[in-house]
Design a protein around this ligand. Structure first.
Ligand code: C5P
Length: 220
């Protein structure tokens, strides 16, 4: 079983993915962490994330054996890394470099402790359309830019980071625009995805709708 979760940033993909991971005991891959790690590597070297050859080199340097652990690295969770990730992710050679690992994970899911799992959950922007067009379950989460900016602001404030709402909102809108308008693997729902607007839904509501959809798909 492959569950693909795509959508805009701060729409609740990660939260849903973790709930489903616990519920089904599947393996989970946060693919955004891969792009964030590439963005961070480029920035750490003082290079420009939009520089194709710098970004490509950084992507090919990520060893497959370390990719699964990247999602636990707090240093990639900054707004700066998120923005760098959205720049490197528009470069086709970077997407190509990260494709095999994601595809292989989906077909041979392994949990973080190294044990095999009966299913894979991947979240990102192009899982249902490019990485796993064959996924049995595709979910696409969105929410208004204002709601997502408020969620992100709260997250940052809880970490003790001081930011202004307008700046966060601008960043959310810029990232949406970049992710949706790029030529390679743009952010868009797969035709057979369940689209959920999470603006007025609780975490429990989103989980319940996802479970209902998964049950329908499992019975087909
Ligand atoms: O999901 P997260 O915010 O961590 O992703 C960071 C950035 O990485 C996104 O804004 C997007 O540009 C890029 N990304 C992508 N394809 C994916 C996952 C993330 O292009 N599958």
């Amino acid at each position: 079983m492959i569950i693909a979760i795509d959508g805009t940033s701060a729409a609740g993909k990660g939260t849903l993915a973790r709930r489903l991971q616990e519920f089904f005991d599947y393996a989970y891959l946060d693919t955004g962490a891969l792009y964030r790690a590439v963005g961070k590597r480029v920035l750490d070297r003082g290079q420009d994330p939009s520089d194709e050859s710098a970004a490509k080199q950084a992507a090919y340097e990520l060893a497959p054996e370390m990719m699964l652990q990247l999602q636990n690295d707090p240093s990639i969770r900054t707004e700066v890394c998120g923005s760098a990730a959205s720049k490197v992710s528009a470069i086709p050679a970077v997407r190509q470099a990260l494709f095999d690992f994601q595809r292989n994970f989906a077909l041979h899911p392994v949990k973080e402790d190294g044990t095999p799992a009966k299913g894979a959950i991947l979240d990102g922007r192009d899982i249902g359309t490019v990485v796993c067009p064959d996924a049995q379950v595709k979910l696409f989460l969105s929410a208004s830019a204002e709601v997502r900016a408020k969620r992100r602001l709260k997250e940052l404030q809880e970490k003790g980071i001081c930011v202004i709402y307008e700046d966060v909102l601008n960043d959310v809108k810029k990232r949406d625009e970049r992710d949706s308008s790029r030529a390679t693997a743009p952010l868009k729902p797969a035709e057979d995805a369940l689209i959920l607007d999470t603006s007025d839904l609780t975490v429990d509501d989103v989980f319940a709708r996802a479970i209902e959809f998964i049950n329908q798909k499992a019975n087909i």
